[in-house]
Design a protein around this ligand. Structure first.
Ligand SMILES: C[S@@+](CC[C@H](N)C(=O)[O-])C[C@H]1O[C@@H](n2cnc3c(N)ncnc32)[C@H](O)[C@@H]1O
Length: 231
């Protein structure tokens, strides 16, 4: 079982691993995005649409440069910011991205139409649970990077299909797994409305941590990025 800590007795809750001023420094000092993608980012910021933060962007750019992926699968397109960023970082890769929210899908389509100049990105509409099953059943393609940035409670449910869709040396990345530290709080002390999400994340940690099938690494980027690779 994943360890939990009492809210009051946990010093980490008051001392985040990465100090806000260091987060700010990472965001300001690392190479900034340029070109059309900044328009998508500005729109996201102005309309409070959550997209990956800059330190995660630079990490993906680095990872993609090292891995040279042929295919990337993303769960959680929103308006297409991270998909477009990955397309730019991997100009010859095919990127499949999934979203179920009609408003986001409409905005993503507009952005892909305007900015996916090499036609690398395929947007699949629908709930990821269904789309992942269809990809597995019908397409027989493997993905070198699978990035999950959607409903956090479902990561554990998406994992079996994601593993089936992963290439031999592929890696799965899951965003926002810290939940601002809530993952350390005993489940009954968490707001009722948040408990399903927290239970889902804890089931995921129980499955992947300390399991000889996987190598995992948690990176303190944004609200926590979990990497999973098969041994
Ligand atoms: C945080 S946003 C994605 C941001 C995007 N990855 C970026 O950085 O530009 C999360 C998106 O996941 C989508 N989503 C959540 N649960 C989903 C599910 N079960 N299936 C498909 N999409 C889902 C939401 O509609 C939302 O647009």
């Amino acid at each position: 079982m994943v360890e939990t800590y009492k809210r009051t007795s946990n010093p980490m809750m008051n001392r985040p691993v990465v100090k806000p001023e260091l987060v700010d420094w990472m965001r300001r000092s690392q190479t900034q995005l340029s070109g059309d993608i900044t328009k998508v980012l500005t729109f996201a910021k102005e309309n409070n649409i959550p997209v990956i933060p800059h330190e995660t962007v630079t990490y993906f750019q680095m990872l993609i440069s090292i891995m040279q992926p042929k295919r990337i699968l993303e769960v959680g397109t929103a308006i297409g910011f991270s998909a477009l960023m990955m397309a730019e970082a991997a100009p010859s890769a095919e990127i499949v991205t999934i979203d179920r929210n009609p408003e986001m899908i409409a905005l993503a389509k507009e952005n892909l139409e305007k900015y996916d100049s090499r036609h690398q990105i395929i947007l699949k509409e629908g709930d990821a649970a269904d789309v992942l099953s269809v990809l597995k059943r019908d397409e027989h393609k493997k993905y070198d990077i699978i990035f999950m940035d959607s409903a956090k409670s479902k990561y554990i449910e998406f994992l079996p299909n994601a593993l089936d869709l992963l290439s031999n040396n592929g890696v799965i990345l899951m965003d926002d797994i810290f939940q601002a530290g809530e993952i350390l709080v005993p489940i009954m002390e968490i707001k009722r409305t948040q408990r399903a999400l927290e239970r889902g994340l804890r089931r995921l940690f129980d499955e992947v941590f300390d399991n000889p099938k996987y190598i995992t690494s948690v990176l303190p980027l944004g609200d926590g990025l979990l990497m999973i690779k098969c041994r």
